[in-house]
Design a protein around this ligand. Structure first.
Ligand code: SF4
Ligand code: SF4
Length: 153
């Protein structure tokens, strides 16, 4: 669950019940207002309803993405990315990153599940959680290598 934080209701308490309950140390009171580091927050939802001033009354459902699942002769169960994606835009961005990773790092004829297995789930996950691959998007699309085959399926 993605916590919905209303900054206007936050009093910047010295002892914040959200900070106290957060298992990830994602929540900190900075300059008199709660700050949740979205890169650290794992959306466990434990902080929802914990603020006595109703600054986090609700959570909204997010999207879980699994990668590397495949069907057919050789089946494979997809592995879940640790982050919960908070909206469609984030989901689409993750899909775009996955396509770019596959195009750049896949080997001719290799299925995506095998690419993930070869490179390692942790490596792929780290790339999906960073924006570095998007910064190289044009560079990756300009490489003609895969236009003659390769990880195009
Ligand atoms: S989130 Fe709530 S408990 Fe935490 S500092 Fe803000 S008002 Fe206080
Ligand atoms: S959802 Fe969980 S990890 Fe995120 S700020 Fe709240 S308690 Fe911390």
């Amino acid at each position: 669950m993605v916590p919905v934080f209303d900054e206007d209701l936050c009093n910047g308490c010295r002892k914040c019940s959200v900070v106290d309950v957060c298992p990830m140390d994602a929540a900190k009171v900075v300059d008199g207002v709660l700050n949740i580091d979205e890169d650290i927050c794992n959306n466990c939802g434990r902080c929802i309803g914990k603020c006595h001033f109703d600054a986090i009354e609700e959570g909204k459902p997010g999207y879980k993405i699994t990668i590397g699942g495949r069907w057919g002769k050789k089946t494979n169960k997809g592995l879940a990315i640790s982050k919960i994606f908070k909206d469609e835009e984030e989901v689409m961005s993750a899909i775009e990153k996955m396509i770019l990773i596959y195009r750049e790092q896949g080997i001719t004829g290799e299925r995506l599940a095998d690419t993930i297995e070869r490179i390692g789930f942790e490596n792929i996950e780290a790339q999906l959680l960073s924006d570095e691959i998007l910064e190289r998007k044009q560079e990756i699309l300009d490489v003609k290598l895969h236009l003659t085959g390769g990880a195009t399926c």
